[in-house]
Design a protein. Structure first.
Length: 458
């Protein structure tokens, strides 16, 4: 069962599962669960779960994915999910709901103020949120004498498996008591993973190209890039598809690969999203086509690479592959889409490597520039005075904090945003990093984003 059956899940885990079945056989299929509406179910179920996956490289290629059994959505979701999740045939529950969809705390445990968590705490036997569904599903399996399913988080979160385990165990302790919580902590596997595949939102062109390439109308078509990566901690007591036959890498420790992706790919992605969006670049490929921004992207990757532990990969070649992927004009990946949820993304993408660089006395400029870019973006207006939504779970908090603070005071903007609780680490909120970031923010506000980018690249 997969919770959160959006475009990424269909371009990634469903594609790997389809490839594994094609390569090695087996009777694995996926029951999708759409937690945000019925659109995905309405287009996939009439097509018997089949859809076209378009890979946009130099020449677009298409394949039909047939690993989906059904998609659950809408009325009666809780009962239908619990019936399927507690059935003997359900061996894995995987998730892609983005960090804000879980209701978990980075410090460990569940966020009782999260709407889905709060609702399910009041009614744990009929849950609709991720933590509640996993908790009640495991409770039903243990009651019925069944082995637990594996919980496989596929979202970009640091140590995503252990983090989700802590949230589920905390939720269960609050709803079902310590005995079941302790049993889940001891007996249920929560493997860590690292996923990577750029998957922009489907458009009318996606559907038109699917019809042209596959030969029939497909309302559920998805487009993605040719590149795909999946690194998984191999801990599946109840079995799994042979995903390695579709290209997945199974390792004893995912953390070094996760850090590599978060800092080199995701960190440079965030930096170019803010600088690109505020300088009028709609797509990532537009950013890479700009020689000055391209240089800053490569600078950021080089700095991030210097903070990484050893992995069994050529990091210089990895950086080159990232630049090639970012430059792909066939992938319409919008800078504003990447700019979403900055308060949840920057701590591990930008601040963590900045802390390490600060401790070793290295060059803070790339990370200070990225942080200043986010702070400039957080003001909610571009250089022409046009407003835009931040699309951040803490947007209201940011706006309230900045109310009455003028753009003529970069130091005040920095100190205000640095004071947001549980965001910027204290060593970065003062001293050298604060000075470096404030100086760049001042240039962005006084010169405009385009000239600030040019000055940064000198």
């Amino acid at each position: 069962m997969h919770l959160g059956f959006g475009a990424f899940a269909r371009a990634h885990i469903a594609a790997y599962t389809d490839g594994a079945i094609a390569a090695a056989g087996g009777d694995w299929r996926i029951m999708g669960v759409s937690l945000r509406g019925e659109d995905v179910a309405n287009v996939l179920n009439p097509q018997d779960g089949r859809y076209t996956l378009i890979e946009r490289g130099e020449k677009p290629e298409a394949r039909v994915i047939a690993s989906i059994a059904d998609v659950i959505a809408g009325s009666g979701l809780s009962g239908r999910v619990l019936a399927a999740i507690s059935a003997p045939g359900c061996r894995i529950v995987s998730t892609t709901v983005t960090e804000k969809g879980y209701g978990l705390l980075r410090s460990g445990g569940c966020d009782v103020s999260h709407p889905a968590v709060a609702a399910d705490l009041l009614n744990p036997s009929s849950p609709r949120g991720v933590l509640g569904l996993i908790a009640q599903g495991l409770a039903l399996r243990f009651t019925n004498g069944l082995a637990p399913f594996v919980v496989l988080c596929c979202d970009n979160l640091p140590e995503n498996g252990p983090l989700l385990r802590a949230a589920v165990v905390d939720f269960v302790r609050r709803t079902h008591g310590p005995a079941l919580a302790d049993r889940i902590a001891a007996e249920v596997s929560f493997p860590a993973t690292m996923v990577d595949r750029i998957t922009p939102a489907s458009t009318a062109r996606t559907l038109a190209d699917a019809a042209a390439l596959a030969g029939y109308e497909d309302r559920a078509a998805v487009e993605t890039e040719p590149f795909s990566q999946w690194v998984i901690e191999d801990n599946f007591p109840s079995g799994r598809p042979s995903w390695e036959n579709a290209g997945a890498l199974f390792v004893p420790d995912v953390a070094p690969y996760e850090k590599m992706k978060l800092r080199m790919l995701n960190g440079s992605h965030s930096m170019l999203a803010y600088a690109g969006f505020l300088s009028g670049k709609t797509y990532v490929c537009d950013v890479m086509a700009d020689a000055t921004l391209n240089r800053l992207v490569r600078r950021h990757m080089t700095a991030a690479r210097s903070t990484l532990p050893t992995v069994a990969m050529d990091l210089e070649a990895y950086a080159a592959s990232l630049c090639t992927r970012f430059s792909n004009p066939a992938i319409a990946h919008e800078t504003r889409q990447i700019a979403m949820d900055g308060t949840q993304k920057l701590p591990q993408r930008i601040f963590a490597p900045a802390l390490e660089m600060l401790a070793r006395g290295g060059d803070l400029a790339p990370f200070a520039f990225a942080t200043a870019g986010w702070m400039r973006y957080a003001l909610g207006r571009d250089d022409e005075g046009r407003s835009y939504p931040l699309n951040d779970p803490r947007e209201a908090e940011i706006q309230a904090a900045l109310a009455g603070i003028g753009t003529e005071s970069p130091a005040a903007v920095f100190s205000t945003l640095a004071a947001i609780p549980d965001f910027l680490p204290q060593p970065l909120a003062k001293g050298e990093f604060a000075d470096e970031t404030t100086r760049r923010l001042e240039r962005m506000l006084s010169l405009g984003m385009a000239k600030a980018i040019a000055a940064e690249a000198e």
